[in-house]
Every structure is written in structure tokens, then in C-alpha cells.
Write a protein that binds this ligand. Sequence first.
Ligand SMILES: [Zn+2]
Length: 187
Amino acid sequence: MSSEVLVEKKKLAKPPLNVHFLGDRILRQPAKRVVHVDAELRQLIREMLQTMYSSEGIGLAAPQVGVHKQLLVIDYEIDNPARPPLILINPTIKQVSRDTCVIQEGCLSVPNVFLDVKRPSAIEVQYKDEYGRPQKLSADDILARVIQHEMDHLNGILFVDRVENSLMLKQELAKQGFSTQAVKTIV
Ligand SMILES: [Zn+2]
């Protein structure tokens, strides 16, 4: 990780990008592969990181800020200033574990809603870093979970689409003023 995309892990009074919320059709459009990994893209990465840290999120996908590029930023140690974030460009999952696990997920596009989702426990992912260099990563536990959640955004899928407990889903969405009609259940 070079310093070119690093930003301070802090909340900004006015984050540079707006996050779109459940119900906004922009979240349902699939993202396109990034062709040029250049200074302009790295500026977008910086702004996505600042926006993510401002909302205390641990991951943000470009479609959430209305940019339909296959780009994710992840940092599940936002309290650790020494730990660099993970930047994934054009990620593809090469392998998924057969075993699955249930973890409670949340999303900056569905604020204050936290619900159980079942996904594969471990994955292997290929991607390009912020300099366009090919990278490979084996992930399990929370990192595997965040990557899968964020990669769903690139296909216009939101975690609420994968919630199996429809009663809880209805209740939690209603509490936060979201319509269940915005959910496209795929389980
Ligand atoms: Zn999300």
C-alpha cells in the first residue's frame, strides 16, 4: 500500500461523497469493470475512504456512491491507524468454501438495520490493487464476509435480499422507515 490513497481515519463534517439508500434504483445497476487504474481513480478511492470513515463503515462499494465501477474499499480496523485499508478493483471470486456461516450484517445503504445472513465462510479472490497490479487473497471470518457483501453491491444486490428471516426483515426495515418493496429476495 502506497501513501497515495491513504487518508486519515476520521469523521469529516462534510464527507466528499453521498451514499445512496435502499429504495434508490442506482444501487440496483450492475457495475462495469475498471479499464484504467489511474490518478483519477485513486482520487475516487480517497474520497470513498473518507466517506466510509465518516460513516464508521467497514466497507464501501462504488455503486453505493453512485459510481458504477467495480471498485471496493474495505477497512475493518477503523480504530487502528497503522492498518492500511484494502482496495479491490475488478474483484472476482476464484473459490468459495463449502461450509457456510451466519453473521449479522449491516450496510451504509441501509443504516441501522442489522440482520443475520448466511454465506460461505471462506473465499479466494483475485483483484487489482490501486496501481492496477494483480493480487490474490484468501480470506475467512469477517474479511471473507465483508468482501462478499461488497461484491454483491457490484451486481446490484443488497444484503437484505439475502436475509432468510422475512419477519425480522420486515420489522427492522419498518423501524427505520424502509419499504420491504425495495427488497429483491434471492434466498
Ligand atoms: Zn453494503
